[in-house]
Write a protein that binds this ligand. Sequence first.
Ligand SMILES: C[S@@+](CC[C@H](N)C(=O)[O-])C[C@H]1O[C@@H](n2cnc3c(N)ncnc32)[C@H](O)[C@@H]1O
Length: 421
Amino acid sequence: MMFKGRVGGISDDGLGMLKVGGRKFYVPFAYPGDVVQVWKAKRRFGRRIALDFEVIDESPLRHGARCPHFGTCGGCLWQGLKYKEQLRLKAKIFERITGVKAEIKSSPKIWGFRNVSNFIVITSGIGLKGYGNPLGVVNLRECPVFSKRTQGYLRALRGFLKETGLRPWNPREKSGEIHYLQIREGKFTGEVMVTLIAHVKPSNEILKAFNDHFSQADSIYWSLKVDGRDDPRGEAGLIAGKPYIRERVKDVTYFLHPNSFFQTNSYALPLLLKAVEGSTDGERVLDLYSGVGTFGVWLAKRGFKVEGVELNPFAVGMANRNAELNGVDSIFRVGKAEETPIRDYDTVIVDPPRKGLKEAAELLVKSGVEKVIYVSCNPKAFKLDYERHLKGVYHIDGAILIDMFPHTPHVEAVVELVKKE
Ligand SMILES: C[S@@+](CC[C@H](N)C(=O)[O-])C[C@H]1O[C@@H](n2cnc3c(N)ncnc32)[C@H](O)[C@@H]1O
């Protein structure tokens, strides 16, 4: 069976939408205006996703992708789209989902901007996950959104595996020793942290070999993974160099550690921080879901009195360390957002995980606080929180989108909520 037609729109998750007769197809790596021929599709969560297809006439919105892995790698669905079109479509999707029209700010750099990469190491290859194939991998040669040094990192890893005989993880059999290689680069400090996520404790010889292969790094960790889950998380132990590397964002320096979340685009981060700062009113600020203190420390440096609350004790330790490093006296403590009494703050910043605020939204509604800044990379979760809870008390006073994630359909939103009269 073959279906042919012109892509008429883009789905909320960035797939080209094609209607042929009564059928609707969702086509990855295809954009409005492309003429596409689909030979094979598969139903997934109620949608027909094109599996075998060809773009036979290219949309004027396209340009050549820089990466040789574009079209198979799951990292960059939109690399074939001109950057200005990416921005336009992100704002359009955000408005369609939330009903909010917002200006979008472009990322100052669209290549080499990511400060972290998690390379999966499995029997079928070493690299990044393939699009739509959770068990597959794209055997990576380069990654232009991450670093010019990608090839060197991967060469060092391959050399290490060859020398030690350690085996890549086998996801089907759940066997093997090495599962991920995480690299973090401080883009403004030049510092590099290398973490190997492994299922075995290393011998001294193995540690020495790993150090030798990554001798250029400033910080080297071995992270022991005790579960078979497919994520780059383990118990990280320093094996050489410094325990932290640093990233500098304008006048603020942040420590980075293998186990702590940090915003992935160092170049667009000042735009995000300035958008939050520009919306912050008064003096007393609560940074809820504060992570390593990214917003809180920045604001404290500008004279705001900041308290932060965060679930992850490790991140809280990092946040307090970041406050000290920058000479500010903001305080971060461990707590659940949904159990945090909110009073006497002029502004509350919330930056919840992808699932949104859930119960914490009710606390905000009861708090009486005048200004809430909702930071979100998931417009659907924001929409739900707003419609179900916040709308009764707050109106939307404005929103800014920051493109933290070039070449993907994702965007970071900073939404300003002001208490209704
Ligand atoms: C999207 S990250 C934001 C971190 C920080 N604002 C930043 O920009 O680096 C969300 C944070 O919420 C934390 N978190 C998740 N559930 C939480 C909860 N119920 N209460 C407080 N913090 C929570 C996570 O540990 C994570 O650090």
